[in-house]
Design a protein around this ligand. Sequence first.
Ligand code: DON
Length: 347
Amino acid sequence: MKLLYEKADQRILRSMRVFAVFVILTFFVSAGSAFAQTPETLQKIVQEAYEKFKDVKEGKTADYIPELAKVPPDLFGVVIVTAKGEAYTAGDVDYAFSIQSVSKPFTAALVMQEQGAQAILDKIGVEPTGLKFNSILATQIIPQVSVNPLVNSGAIASVSMVKAASAEERFNKILSFFNDLSGAKLSVLEDVYKSEAATNQRNRAHGYILAASDRIYSDPMEAVDVYTRQCSIGVTAKQLGMMGATLANGGVNPLTGKSVIDSKYVPKILAIMMMAGFYNESGQWAYTAGLPAKTGVGGGIVAVVPGRMAIVGFSPRVNDAGNSVRSVKAIEYISTQLDLNLFGSGK
Ligand code: DON
């Protein structure tokens, strides 16, 4: 009788073990598929995002910088670059457009490299404004004045913090940092630079407000000029994808293997992007896409999925907040379809 019970126990134990192995394997297979999409899936989703939104005509090319109004408005490109450096593309991904405000988090990263993360907190600030990217009001109601490195005033302050003996040296340092991030040789789109330099009175006002509050760290007009050059650097969607992939890869450029940003600064950069990357639409972006990202009035947006990939959209028609309409839609679509929302899938 006892023997019979023991045999039955062993059978139950064996089937429980088989069941446990099955459960564990199922867990790893499904977790694996969520964390490592196949190349086919990534290419398919990029193509889908492109096709789905290519006919959207909402928004218009920015015209407060006259040269930007001349960019062909129908251009549209979508890119995923993985943290390993593999690129998946659709549309106009080799057209060089001006990086504009997408440059801002990268210059903040350079400042962190030189002076540490605390310097950004102490000398600029990290608070989101809920206001437009060039809001003078924000500089008057937020005690830090410079506000955060992703609005114009804070970005001009960032530029002024890059250690250099001259404006020329400061700009060259920024350009060479961007070259390292993209693994490419970038250059200024001179027509965009001239056009913005001739019309950037508002940014000059920001420079003087910062100076009046001791919140700028080089000559203010020099900082505004270097900032304007930085915004005029030309990038393709693919190159911007690689810059984002360097953030996704803990600061190491996956193409060149060069460590560009110390990994301890990457979460700080992404935190600022999450809170302020879309200015007065940052809350909505967190709600819909759930990813740290940065927009530019040239039509580029880069979003970062830490450890996994960067997603880039490029489309010159922007909305009132200065954010590219089709790029927003394409990245939101990819984030949802691939379950990339950092706050969870909600499933
Ligand atoms: O300073 C400016 O106004 C431009 N160079 C950059 C603004 C910008 O890209 C706003 N972002 N969407």
